[in-house]
Design a protein around this ligand. Structure first.
Ligand SMILES: Cc1ncc(COP(=O)(O)O)c(C=O)c1O
Length: 377
């Protein structure tokens, strides 16, 4: 798509579609760069949120250096787009290390993450084919409970020692993702997770250093924690949030951001009125909006918010349709004639964004660009 074929305004786009408010996105990028600077740490934005070089450039302040990726396709795409210092922030396995060997020529700055002796052996037994050691970071579980060696477990020391001694590995340090910050109900609870995570990862780094293992990188981060940082984050060397660049409705529920900080929305149109059921239908179902968040909130109403219509409430989603009603009383159908455009703040920006092959970028109502993310694995 080129500039000549761009819709003129956000009211001209086909629906459903994904819109990015460039002014809010720039502001979110600026704020996080400032947070990192104030804390005296480096920012390594996670690009899984958008998978898009234009946004990676903005979020790195134009440096195109230091990003985390979640797929090998992203690593290749961003390297091709001129990015360097790319951390593949998923525990390495035997199958993936072979793909990393294949792409190392194209992504020479690739860093790997490992979370076990198994992962370490994958790197030791499958060296880079250019004679260089794998730059590698150990994934630590500081309470989230997804991946990583337990911060206070016995294995951390033995795995790090072996990594440090291997000639095929350049051991760089530690990474933790505090995904448990998503369970926090308010900012106070976010701060508790942030402080606990920082204390734990710094404890691991100190323990390794006492055994002669240097950790030049000690990183943590998620959108709730980095949008609501505490001073303990100054004890890290880097932070790696991703979703903050968009923000979303889910993040407003515990105070990690406000509605005004959300840079993305799904554009949808009213396509039918169902007066007997007190709801209207929009052309945005779960394939566009996604069900992500339903497990946590357990109702459709908290899966999204409607821009400028706080009284509207999502009642249900099927594949291509959404049922919309009001929080209380009777829906005023005359206010929403067929064709009316509604803009929806999604629960989880990463998940909703990845449903779209292009992002329409706007400033005010004017469409100013269209960006194309990478897809696939
Ligand atoms: C390993 C890892 N690091 C960093 C992030 C970024 O976290 P957030 O999306 O909360 O900003 C994620 C997100 O899921 C992740 O999986």
């Amino acid at each position: 798509m080129n500039a000549d074929t761009l819709p003129i305004s956000i009211y001209d786009v086909s629906t459903p579609n994904f819109l990015i408010d460039l002014d809010i996105l720039n502001e979110n990028a600026k704020k996080m760069l400032a947070t990192a600077k104030e804390l005296g740490v480096e920012l390594r934005p996670h690009v899984k949120t958008h998978k898009c070089c234009e946004i990676g450039t903005i979020s790195t302040g134009g440096s195109k250096s230091k990003i985390s990726v979640s797929t090998i396709k992203e690593a290749l795409f961003f390297s091709d787009g001129g990015f360097t210092d790319i951390l593949y922030a998923v525990p390495i396995t035997d199958h993936k290390i072979k793909r990393c060997q294949d792409i190392i020529k194209e992504v020479p700055s690739l860093k790997l993450m490992f979370d076990s002796m198994y992962g370490l052996k994958c790197m030791i037994n499958n060296p880079r084919n250019d004679g260089q050691p794998w730059a590698a970071i150990l994934d630590i579980d500081c309470g989230y409970g997804r991946t990583g060696l337990e911060w206070n477990g016995e294995k951390v020391l033995s795995v790090a020692m072996e990594a440090n001694e291997s000639k095929n590995v350049n051991f760089l340090g530690l990474y933790t993702h505090c995904g448990n910050s998503y369970d926090a109900k308010n900012v106070k609870e976010i701060h508790k997770v942030v402080d606990e995570t920082c204390d734990r990862i710094v404890y691991v780094a100190k323990r390794l250093e006492e055994h002669g293992i240097k950790c030049e990188t000690v990183g943590s981060g998620s959108t709730p924690s980095c949008n609501q940082p505490t001073q303990k984050m100054a004890n890290l060397t880097e932070i790696h949030p991703g979703g903050y660049i968009f923000n979303d409705y889910g993040h407003t529920l515990n105070g990690a951001c406000t509605i005004g900080d959300i840079a993305v929305k799904v554009a949808a149109r009213v396509i039918s009125h169902k007066r007997s059921k007190n709801h209207l239908l929009i052309d945005c179902g779960f394939l566009a909006l996604s069900f992500n968040g339903f497990e946590e909130v357990g109702n459709y109403g908290d899966l999204c918010a409607f821009q400028d219509h706080p009284d509207l409430r999502l009642k249900g989603l099927t594949q291509e349709l959404g049922k919309v009603s009001v929080k209380d009383g009777d829906l005023d159908f005359d206010k929403y004639p067929i064709g009316t455009m509604l803009f929806i703040y999604p629960f989880h920006c990463c998940n909703t964004g990845t449903n779209f092959h292009h992002y329409y970028v706007h400033s005010g109502d004017k469409i100013v660009d269209v960006w194309t993310p990478v897809r696939g694995w």
